[in-house]
Design a protein around this ligand. Sequence first.
Ligand code: ADP
Ligand code: MG
Length: 713
Amino acid sequence: MSGDVLQTPLQYLKGVGPRKAADLKKAGLHTVEDLLFRFPMRYEDRSRLQPIIGLKPGQMAAVSGEVLHCHVQHTRRANFRLFTALVQDASGQIQVVWPNQAFLKDVIRPHQHVVLFGKVELWGSRGLQITDPEFETVDEPARQSARSDASGEPAAGAVAVRLHTGRIVPVYERTGSVTTHMQRRFVWQALEQLPEDLFDPVPTEILAAHGWPSRRTALVQAHFPDAHAPVDALNRFDTPAQRRLIFEDFFVFQAGLALRRHENAQVRKWRVPVVTDATRAAARAVLPFKLTDGQREALGEIVADMQRAWPMQRLLQGDVGAGKTIVAVLAAIVAMENGYQVALMAPTEILAEQHFRTVMRWLEGTRYRVRLLTGRVTAAQRRDLLPAITRGEIQLVIGTHALVQEHVAFRDLALVVIDEQHRFGVIQRGALAAKGGNPDVLVMTATPIPRTLALTECGDMDVSVIRGLPPGRKPVKTIVKPDARRDEVYALIRAEVALGRQAYIVYPLVEESEKVDLRAATAMAEELTAVFPEFRVALLHGRMKGDEKDAVMRAFAGGTLHVLVATSVVEVGVDVPNASVMVVEHAERFGLSQLHQLRGRIGRGTHESTCVLVYQAPWSDDARERLRAMASSHDGFVIAEKDLQIRGPGDFFGTRQSGLPQLRAGDLTRDAALLELAFSEARARVEGGRLTPAVQAYVRSVWQRQFGLITVG
Ligand code: ADP
Ligand code: MG
């Protein structure tokens, strides 16, 4: 493969010393390939040289001409000098000023030809001036009269290649000490070293089908476009060259996911043979209500997966309250009826305990053996529990993710259900597969993941979606209030509690300001106790001991507490149908998806519910946009798309731990269609055995390098 130039470390480029190499490294740029896949932020059309006579104040213009005279000029400020030049073309003259760049006297000399790009300004009453333009000196007057267009082609012969002016110019984001100017030079140098037969991971049929250029051409055009390239399209990242590279980026990533999926699918120890009438009857017996169509469909897809020769890798998406738990439990019953073990994992102990209570309620009177395994299980209990799991006596183990981390050995674990995927990532899922036996894996997420993000985060999985909510739910009314109108919020709480309902008041709790946040929540609990002497108010926060938390949650769930002041530990999954008010304090500090989660805590019963988003004035534009979006939509999928737009994919899951891979060129919002295409092409090629060994090897090497932790194959 002659693509090795791309793997050259950047310090081997001329002009990249140790300092710049270190700066580039800090920005994640190690190799020539990294550099070339770091696209310009935008492009400026500096190709059309303008006659000086026609320049207007305020316009950005490219000008070419001869330096008539130039000199360093002192100013009244000590150490502040200007370098000025008078430049002339066939049509007229213009004054050019570079503040504080006296060294230019060694670069720009009289009679030299220069190309300039900058903003035209009025120069006193005497004419026009350009201040601090980008410029290049030209050895030879490139026979460009002021009227002709400059060619953007790398010029041959005596005329030096112009990178910064007189062409469509790439503008890069500054990287530490590496300016956009330097980066242009490095990129150009790297492009010149690319071999003609540069290895291309994108199959030629795909290139042909879309009219896309080769990899080498695309890289050149994405950085130094031809003179006739459409600048608007370039700035939308919508030229064939750019689209091809964005596709490549997605394709390589998706091919990695598809390869992993394919390889995971090879070995399987346990499999549910058939679903018999007895199994169905067993499931029906525990069913507390009629499943919605969406639930039935999802269950159908899951059970079909469980009967296949290869393990299930399925994501179950459904809005908060859509009723995912029962679907998972019914799938668990199918596995248990076939004599297998099941693990159900939640991100927090509170949630694991809640699942345990729910499941125990549903399975009451059945013969299934269910146990809870969290960090709170004592050593003594563990001594009995773990061997019982290993012997297969326990059929369903409910716990936190510690279930994976701890060395819990199962006898025949056939199904793993992971609740609340957004606390979990691609990487952790890898750890699960390593548990051996390749169990069926069902991941449930209550944060509806926009399709594009699902494809990146979970492109190795199949997706089931439960649309809509179980019948009888009333939409939650959402209002936004400034902190100053707190009295109205209290009045609402009082009225609802008087009707027998309960209220949540949620405080943000972020690590950086944990102590302050906790104090605020504590103070609020005290204030409310004073405001509502007739109500029972309690505080719930993550620092409390497990059994204290449990006691508070139980009291709230049982209706003996009226108002629960909580830090965002209640964010996910907690189910108290009688609660009808959710007050979110400092709502401006929460992300949209988080707010949607919180709002999903209410409106779970048959009562009218209200969510009040209280913000601390003044709010930022961003906060206003978020809170208004919340008030105007109830659809988790719509909100998730909006959240992705506002926050970008990196922040979407709120944590770094999500293991969201860094894409180099693509943008999940802008390039959704290319991502879909990459997903289907990659999967079809991998499943059909049509991905060449060379491309496979390349994909593996990129995954190894970029995503380190994950190994494919
Ligand atoms: P989530 O999808 O957010 O995990 P849950 O599984 O906690 O939702 O379900 C939310 C609530 O809706 C629970 O109280 C559950 O018992 C109830 N529920 C689920 N499915 C149905 C249904 N088909 N009919 C009536 N209630 C349902
Ligand atoms: Mg849930």
